[in-house]
Design a protein around this ligand. Structure first.
Ligand code: 13P
Length: 287
């Protein structure tokens, strides 16, 4: 059964570790992440962007697939199925489709509009026992064609959104999606501490988990980050493993093209990344 991310993140915050949010794009990714979380006895969050939702044939396909995998693979660790960077309409669709968690990315709206829309979603999520993530300060890089600037969030705006009763808050602290440029100055721990000061105990979310040095990840966790999002690293590993398999001509062996064999090395590569992140984030054995 899918669960809200609330309990797992509050436990992570109190225990000074973080739960990994890994984006899924298809059956293989979902299966690889679920099996690895189970193997390591770790809670896990499956993230779905609106683009990935469209690709997989709609959000209901995804709830059907993930619920089926949880049952069929005997997954017993807590699993939250979470909309990543949702629009207001996307949030409504995921609520309807049976997701257990959503992110409303209102960071591009004027703060008053962000507050209005978030307030409405807080009410619905409370009624349904779902967790709700809000974003303040656009996270840079590209996410489904939307390019942010890698801002640092205004701590007062963070407080205004946190006070609405969201479950967790993604505050921009200089993090960006995708690979970090060579001249990236690093995370702004000053901003993180100022945000924490304003919002108190609310679990914080760190987007753009790919390419952040381990010491910065650990420092962020020590300052209240309880959820860390990873996507690009899985994509790169999946693509590299699949390319290698094809270049070695293995896809042509035996009976010819076999999609299960073709996708197996990429699936194993994702498992390796998830194992590495669960270890780094400290959530192993915390299910
Ligand atoms: P990366 O693609 O940089 O790992 O970021 C993932 C993310 O933040 C998804 O919301």
């Amino acid at each position: 059964m899918l669960v809200s991310a609330k309990d797992m993140l509050e436990k992570a915050r109190d225990g000074k570790y973080a739960v990994g949010h890994f984006n899924i794009n298809n059956l293989e990714w979902a299966k690889a992440i679920l099996l690895t979380a189970q193997e390591m006895n770790s809670p896990v969050i499956l993230g779905v962007s609106e683009g990935a939702g469209k690709y997989m044939g709609g959000f209901k396909t995804i709830t059907g697939m993930v619920n089926g995998l949880i049952e069929g693979l005997g997954i017993t660790v807590p699993v939250a199925l979470h909309l990543d960077h949702g629009t207001f309409e996307g949030c409504m669709k995921c609520i309807e489709a049976g997701f257990s968690s959503i992110m409303f990315d209102g960071s591009h709206y004027p703060i008053a509009e962000n507050i209005e829309k978030t307030t409405e979603l807080v009410k619905i999520c409370k009624e349904k026992g779902m967790s709700l993530e809000a974003e303040v300060g656009a996270i840079g890089g590209e996410e489904d064609g939307v390019v942010g600037m890698g801002e640092c969030a205004d701590p007062n705006e963070c407080k205004a959104i946190a006070d609405l009763g969201v479950t967790m808050l993604a505050a921009g602290i200089g993090n960006i999606h995708g690979k970090y440029p060579a001249n990236w100055p690093g995370l702004s721990f000053e901003t993180l501490a100022a945000v924490k000061e304003q919002i108190g105990d609310m679990p914080l979310v760190l987007h753009g988990g790919t390419g952040i040095p381990s010491d910065m990840i650990q420092k962020a966790i020590s300052l209240g980050v309880a959820k860390i999002n990873v996507n690009t690293e899985c994509q790169l590993a999946f693509a590299a493993a699949t390319r290698k398999y094809i270049e070695e001509g293995k896809d042509l062996e035996g009976k010819g093209f076999d999609p299960r064999k073709l996708l197996a090395p990429g699936t194993e590569a994702i498992k390796d990344i998830v194992r590495e992140k669960i270890t780094l984030f400290g959530s192993e054995g915390k299910a």
